[in-house]
Design a protein around this ligand. Structure first.
Ligand code: URA
Length: 431
């Protein structure tokens, strides 16, 4: 590639709060992907972007350059419209698992490229790997076959998709530069646009357990991503949703698969069912699919469960094999009777992580049965001595650190006290 610029002049420009030109951005992404810009130079540039920001033109160009760094998938051979959903990550957020088969059962095609756990937040692929034999990495040909046969596929993004993001993401993770709106928006949208979906629903989490804890920042991130999708011709909408309290009653890989199966069997926790149905209706509407059967019925009558079974089997998963169960348990009990007022998503997420549900560093092996069962949510009445949380781990030695993370994770007040929590849906943004 041509030596148009030097990394130092680009870093200095952003350090001095200047706008980067289209040419500078294209060169930077290509040079970094090819190893011409070194990690230490890109680290400095990422920190300058985090501190000094980017305007919309710069974000659009940065995203386009990341898309151009790899292949673009194409689903035009399918006989139905494609739609995907992406969550920015949370605690107990297993929504993708019942949602993808549900939307497929209602008539859309769902090509869902998912990720692994990051920090205290869980990853869809890690959860699915607690099913014996299930394979996350499949070729583009296999992906097409699964979606043609089942209507939905959940798998890892291949190495050819937005390779610039793979390098940038790993670097951001270890340089304290994850939490920058231009970098999060371009990272997510480059992958989703390259994935080739026609419509996209973004679930932007906010609250203690989300990367964007302030709802205003989450709204700005959501608008930036909706604009990026619109520019690329993808019908994109975003919901800003609550992540101040964990979603559902389980946090941890196999525990969340168990809860997913409950939801697909027509039961499960009300918040998981409600958010799954809201997102399913948004996805079908964005894809302009008039469902033959409405999503609530497809959850109750087994149609979504049928797609789930076929989809898991197509990737080698054996649903008749028992799910991993952790060897040890520890009960966290209520010190007094009253109303549960709060349950902090971040503290529960960090505790589950320390129990072995998440990685401390890249490549760590997970304890697939580790995690937390939640027995009471804010608003519930509890009795002194009642178990509020059950901690699961293969090693009792992990319970002390997991318990430390739970200090003040929940509060119990008087029965007549009001609870103060975020509404499930905070904002809806349409392009
Ligand atoms: N998920 C991504 O894919 N990228 C980010 O930057 C944050 C969450």
């Amino acid at each position: 590639m041509s030596v148009k610029f030097t990394a130092v002049e680009i870093i200095s420009a952003k350090r001095d709060k200047q706008e980067l030109s289209d040419d500078q951005i294209d060169w930077t992404i290509e040079a970094y992907t090819k190893g011409i810009i070194a990690d230490e130079q890109m680290s400095a540039l990422l920190m300058a972007i985090l501190l000094n920001g980017m305007n919309n033109r710069e974000i659009f160009r940065w995203t386009d350059a990341m898309i151009t760094s790899g292949e673009k998938m194409n689903w035009s051979m399918l006989d139905r419209p494609t739609v995907d959903k992406h969550s920015t990550g949370g605690v107990g957020d297993k929504i993708t698992l019942p949602l993808a088969p549900l939307v497929a059962a209602c008539g859309a095609a769902v090509p869902q490229l998912s990720g692994r756990g990051l920090g205290h937040t869980g990853g869809t692929l890690d959860k699915l790997e607690s099913i014996k034999g299930w394979k996350a990495s499949i070729s583009n040909q296999e992906m097409l076959k699964v979606i043609q046969e089942c209507g939905a596929v959940i798998c890892a993004a291949g190495s050819g998709l937005a390779p610039a993001d793979k390098k940038l993401y790993a670097l951001r993770d270890v340089t304290g530069t994850v939490q920058a709106i231009p970098l999060i928006a371009s990272s997510i949208m480059s992958k989703k646009i390259a994935e080739g979906t026609q419509a996209l629903i973004l679930d932007v989490k906010t609250g203690s357990g989300a990367f964007m804890s302030d709802p205003k920042d989450a709204g700005l991130l959501a608008r930036t991503m909706v604009d990026l999708g619109k520019r690329a011709g993808v019908e994109t909408r975003a919901l800003v949703t609550a992540m101040d309290v964990p979603l559902g009653l389980t946090v941890g890989n196999s525990l969340e698969i168990r809860e997913t199966i409950e939801v697909l069997s027509g039961g499960g926790p009300s918040d998981v069912v409600e958010l799954t149905l809201i997102l399913a209706n948004e996805m079908l509407d964005a894809a302009k699919v008039k469902p033959k059967v409405d999503p609530a019925t497809a959850l109750k009558n087994g149609a979504a469960m049928d797609v789930w079974r076929r989809m898991i089997k197509a990737q080698g998963g054996d649903l008749s094999a028992p799910l991993p169960i952790a060897r040890e348990k520890f009960e966290v009990k209520a010190a007094t009777s009253g109303k549960l007022l709060t349950l902090d998503a971040l503290k529960v997420g960090v505790s589950a992580w320390r129990l072995g549900a998440g990685r401390q560093k890249q490549g760590d092996t997970l304890q697939l049965g580790a995690g937390i069962e939640i027995h009471a949510k804010p608003g519930d009445l509890v009795k002194e001595g009642q178990s509020i949380l059950t901690l699961h781990s293969d090693e009792t030695s992990r319970f002390d650190r997991a318990n430390e993370a739970l200090s003040e994770a929940f509060t119990i007040g008087l029965e007549n006290q009001k609870i103060n929590r975020l509404p499930l849906i905070i904002e809806r943004i349409e392009g």
